[in-house]
Structures are given as structure tokens and as C-alpha cells.
Ligand binder design. Sequence first.
Ligand code: AQP
Length: 341
Amino acid sequence: MLCSPQNPRKRVLSGIQPTADSFHLGNYLGAVRQWVALQDEYDAFYCVVDLHAITVPQDPQTLRRRTKVAAAQLLAAGLDPDRCTLFVQSHVREHTELAWILGCITGFGEASRMTQFKDKSAKAVSAKSGEASVGLFTYPVLQAADILLYNADQVPVGEDQRQHLELSRTLAQRFNHRYGETFTVPQPYILKEVAKIYDLQDPTAKMSKSSSSPQGIIDVLDEPSVIRKKIARAVTDPGAEVTADEENKPGVTNLLRIYSALSAEPVNALEDKYTGVGYGGFKKDLAELIVATLTPVRERTQAILGDEPALERTLEHGAANARKAAAQTMTAVRDLIGFLS
Ligand code: AQP
């Protein structure tokens, strides 16, 4: 394997798309919080995946701004450039090169089975934003390249990425079988309790940046008054008891999981705590908990965005580090598949 011999720690890699003005509570609990927690134990690589973002139409100015905001938010959430490598995906050209090579060992049928493509292409058609792009179709192959390029051992993601991760594993094994041991076969790192945070207005759907209703999403950069309103209006279920029941009370169950993830109190302890209190009191406390968690992140994001040259230096430093690791992998890959040096 091409793991860096000078660094005995295992590798972790993950990415986030700059497809909105802020990432949301689902991104934060499902992924980003784990990234922060893993940056000491692992040799951690994290990226803002702008190449993934353009699989659906993006306005160039907006994309540039959102890429910076996403990086600032990651730093504000606790990523430390001295303890991890934070970079922008398009700054490391090897991602696209490896994606092409992996695309050439991916079956059309296996790429066609990716459910996220089915969902997102259906959305593109219904939103009348034109037909889905080939890039959207091959998105999971690019994701495999992101991961394999760095020989990541673990990939901390939400549940929605499990199928893509499985494809990455398949492609690593296929390449290793055809050309000789090259890539680490990555493992998904998915925390069950926060693997899928649901939309506040439609608790059967994933909280998503591209959700149709902003009321269903808590953005990390939302002001306290906005958070309080969104939680107060969150869909609850018939009855008044604050109890978890995925099938019959998906709304309250989702809120309980969010509360539990933020307070580290188990769901059953929360059920006891709110016996007889009703939805109103429970939601009020939950809103305050979210405000207390996200306010420092919002304030730090604003401070980081106030010094763009420093942010750019951090991203350039991260890109240089990432390029070194990526170049090492690609030198071996090019040789193995028979390209002239
Ligand atoms: N609702 C969620 N619950 C838990 N984890 C989630 N993630 C996304 N939504 C939830 C995880 O966040 C990480 C970054 O996501 P992404 O930016 O790569 O895009 P996504 O998964 O497609 O998320 P969105 O918010 O739904 O974006 P759009 O609308 O642009 O497609 C990933 O690890 C993801 O699993």
C-alpha cells in the first residue's frame, strides 16, 4: 500500500460540497463533528469538494463565495490546519485524473445503480433545470478517486454516502486485483445515532441543502431568532408525549435524536426528563441547545471570513500538503496501468 511510511497514523478523508450559503445541522452532526474529533487520532485530510458541486449548475461567483464560506465554517467548527490537511478539491488536479482511470474500470451497470443519481437526476428534471449531466452520473467515481488518492482507511460520512463508499471499496479491490496491491480499501465511519438527520418539515426526508423548504433545515449560520422559529414550527406528531417512535412519531424522534446528539444525554433519559412537559417545553429547550452550539461556530466563521488572505494561505498550505500525497499515489498508478513516465 502507498501509506506514508513517515506517518504511522491511519488516514481519514472526507469532503463537503459548497452547494449552499451554509452547511446544515445534518452535515454538522452526521459528518463535520466527527471530522473534528478524528483529527488527532488520524492523519486527516478534509476537502471542500467544488468539483462535485458543479455536477449540478452553479453560478461561478456564488461557487467561489460558497467555497470560501465552507472552508471558513469547517475551521470555525474546529478543524485545525496544524492538526489536519484542509484543502479545496479542484486545487489538486490528481482527483480528476484518477477519476478518469477509475471510470475506465467501472461498469456502466454498477454506476447506474447509485440511488443518489436517481434522486438528484429526478430532481433536476422536475425542477426543469435541464437533463442530468454525465458528471452527476459519474459523481461516485470521482468520490472514489478522492478517497483512494489518499489511501484513506476511514471515511466519516452520513448514511446517504454508504452506497458510494461501497463502490469505492469495490473499485479499490478491482484495481488491486488487476494491477497489484495499490489502494487501501476504505471503511465507512458512520455513527448510527446521527447518520441521518431528517428535515424539520418532512421528517421522512433527509435534511438536505437542496431541500425545497428552508424551514426544514437548520443552517449552521442561522441567527438565534431564526433557529428558534424553525424549531417552534418543526412538524411534530399526534399525541403530546415526547417519546421516540420512528414509525408513528418520526418528527419527535428526529428532534429527540438531535437533542441527544447535542447534549450527550441518551434518548431514553430525555424521554424521562420530558414526561408530562409536552412538545412546547421540549422544543424550547432544544432550540436553546442548538443556539448555544451553533452561535460560536457562526461567530468564528464571520471572523475567519473577515481575513480572506489568511484563509487563502491556509487553503494553499493544505493544497500543497494534499498534492504531495496525491502525486505519490499517481506516480505509482500511472506506472501500473502502463503509461509512459
Ligand atoms: N441529513 C443528514 N444527516 C446526516 N449526515 C448528512 N450529510 C448530509 N446530509 C446529512 C453528510 O454531510 C456530509 C457532507 O454532505 P455533502 O455536502 O457532500 O452533500 P450531501 O450528502 O448531498 O448533502 P446535502 O446537504 O443533501 O447536499 P445537496 O443538497 O447539495 O445534495 C456527507 O458526509 C453527508 O453524508
